[in-house]
Design a protein around this ligand. Sequence first.
Ligand code: SF4
Ligand code: FES
Length: 238
Amino acid sequence: MWSELRELQDGQDLGTPPRDGVEVTLSIDGVQVSVPSGSSVMLAAAMAGRSVPKLCATDTLEPFGSCRVCLVEVEGRKGYPASCTTLVEDGMAVRTDSEKLRSLRKGVLELYLSDFPSEDIVGGWSEFHETLKQCGVDSHPYQTGANHLASPVDTSNPYFLFDPAKCIVCSRCVRACEEIQGTFALTIDGRSFESRVVAGQDQPFFESECVSCGACVLACPSQALVEKSLFEEEYRHG
Ligand code: SF4
Ligand code: FES
């Protein structure tokens, strides 16, 4: 459903915007692919028919590299770079799937789930849920700890609402507001666990500079920002 809401062509979001450079040829899971220089490894993977899991990347926004779900292995390089922010190089050999990569992605997604409404984990429809499915994650092993689950829902805007309990702080809304609308109404305030989306000077959305363009709602992968019209009755979890 999220892909229909975003009106994606063939339901596919390639993860990072297209580039215009000279052709560079690399191998993705053994498949040779040529893409313009300046492209991300994520885009090259999509061109090679591989769908690398992602959360903070989307092809309408510049890559940001915050969620660490899109990790890959690059031959001859240490570590696990984010494919959305790693640029292609001629002759590069990339692996998008391995036991280690699956375990790293699972660990990241479980952490997200530990601070996400449990009643919305199974059966939810959003890009976040698609990524969970893609990675085979539907639970987490953590005890209830500090969380954002009781944060009040901001219903001030007539068209959409913001439920901080479902926010995975991917910054897509902030970047959409900035890059697509040029309004700069949203920011991420605080660090690590304290990070949260703030409208204006920490105001309700409708009292901030937000012009209700909806770019943030379209960009949000987790239904934290969601159109009110999708809920016939009163909005609630589950
Ligand atoms: S509201 Fe949505 S788009 Fe914005 S940071 Fe939270 S999850 Fe990401
Ligand atoms: S999709 Fe690449 S770091 Fe989030």
